[in-house]
Design a protein around this ligand. Structure first.
Ligand SMILES: *Cc1c(COP(=O)(O)O)cnc(C)c1O
Length: 402
């Protein structure tokens, strides 16, 4: 019998909603694309997005910027990180995270990863003590949220300020508190592959007026910070405005116009993502040798991607599985490859950072498979993907046993 082949596209997003297209056309017809180019009395799309995003996350303040990577470097500058400072961060994350640290001339100190794909809190406490670092750039990589209660206890004990990288957790929560609202600053991305799509873009939230005033000036507000509607009161800028450099990285009205209708629809999109995620999870349960990542009950997830582990598989077996799945149209990513490929790279290829050894992370990544779950997939698509993976994993195991 012919083996079924999946013909869907793992990188195909949904179209931008019609309401967002209409709003974008209005911005273009106005000619006023710069966020501070406003008619008297206008709030403007960017300030409106900030106001709505602050409400969405429950933060006092929000700021829209040029990218998620910019959001993280801006947040670190705003809390006072200096060149040469050590910054704790996840050993398993995406390259813009250590890149943001390096952009300040700061030094990443990588923390181990658990089998649940979250930061290893014992190693975090150990490295906080050992390194003397005062900042943790915590990446909720692929949407996996660690025990935030315990993490914040460790942070308080070691006097660590926590900045959250929520590129994969916009719309997610831990015990009902939005991701990005546990630390002092939360950073988000609106890049095409994240949860709302403006091509490129980022958002920052915080309750701290001084940090946020600095972030606003850093983002390139000039002396126009009074035009923000989700920023601290203008008095907060009195000293900040002289001491803070303009490191231009604003968002424009066009992107904000595209994002606002998507933000309003995000809760429905999250429900759709999670339906696909739970279906895939069910389809991949009870396969010998394949470990599904159990999501804790405290975590409200956004299932925009899916990961599973094949513990103890050799590199050759992993490569054979990837090739067999790819031949049947199922595009899997593997974090165990020796060389960085496409978006996927590993801490040992970020060689601007001092060399570090993370043996537990290495062991996890050697068996870690990752895939995107775009909303253009139907439930039938997801059932077929699960079936193909099951077939190929079981097939590979049967061969290995022979
Ligand atoms: C995409 C991503 C970022 C950075 O977002 P950009 O908007 O692309 O700069 C940060 N962290 C993680 C984990 C990401 O996946």
């Amino acid at each position: 019998m012919e083996k079924p082949v999946f013909t869907g596209n793992f990188t195909q997003q949904e179209p931008i909603p019609e309401a967002a297209i209409a709003a974008a056309l209005d911005v273009m017809r106005s000619g006023r694309l710069h966020r501070y180019n406003l008619l008297p009395g206008d709030e403007g799309e960017v300030a409106a997005l900030e106001r709505e995003f602050a409400a969405f996350t429950g933060a006092r303040f929000a700021l829209a910027v040029a990218s998620g990577g910019y959001a993280m470097s801006c947040a670190m500058r705003a809390i006072g990180v200096q060149a040469g400072d050590k910054i704790l961060s996840n050993g398993w994350t995406l390259a813009p995270v250590p890149g943001a640290i390096a952009s300040l001339g700061a030094i990443p100190v990588f923390v181990e990863t658990t089998q649940d794909l979250t930061i290893d809190l014992d190693d975090l406490a150990h490295k906080a003590r050992e390194s003397g670092a005062r900042v943790l750039l915590l990446s909720h990589m692929r949407g996996h949220i660690c025990d935030m209660d315990r993490l914040m206890t460790i942070a308080r004990a070691h006097d660590l300020q926590v900045i959250e990288d929520c590129a994969h957790t916009m719309g997610a929560a831990w015990r009902g508190v939005a991701s990005g609202r546990h630390g002092v600053v939360g950073c988000y991305s609106t890049q095409t592959y994240k949860h709302i799509n403006s091509g490129e873009g980022g958002l920052i939230v915080s309750d701290d007026p001084e940090i946020m005033a600095r972030a606003v000036v850093l983002s390139g507000s000039y002396m126009l910070y009074g035009k923000h509607t989700a920023a601290p009161p203008v008095e907060m800028f009195e000293n900040v405005k002289y001491e803070t450099p303009n490191i231009s990285g604003r968002m424009d009205h066009l992107r904000a116009a595209i994002l606002r209708p998507q933000l309003a629809a995000l809760p429905q999109q999250v429900a759709r993502w999670n339906a696909l995620y739970r279906m895939l999870e069910a389809g991949l349960r009870n396969i010998a040798g394949l470990r599904v990542i159990e999501r804790p009950p405290q975590e409200s997830i956004v299932g925009s991607s899916f990961q599973f582990l094949l513990p103890d598989w050799s590199a050759d077996r992993m490569r054979a599985l990837l090739a067999a799945c790819a031949a049947r149209g199922v595009e899997l990513k593997w974090f165990g490859a020796a060389e960085p490929v496409a978006f996927t790279s590993r801490y040992d290829s970020w060689r601007y950072a001092p060399p570090q050894r993370l043996p537990r992370t290495d062991a996890i990544l050697a068996g870690l498979i990752d895939m995107r779950l775009p909303l253009t997939f139907s439930e039938a698509d997801v059932r077929m993907i699960a079936e193909i993976i099951r077939d190929e994993v079981v097939g590979a195991s049967t061969q290995a046993a022979e």
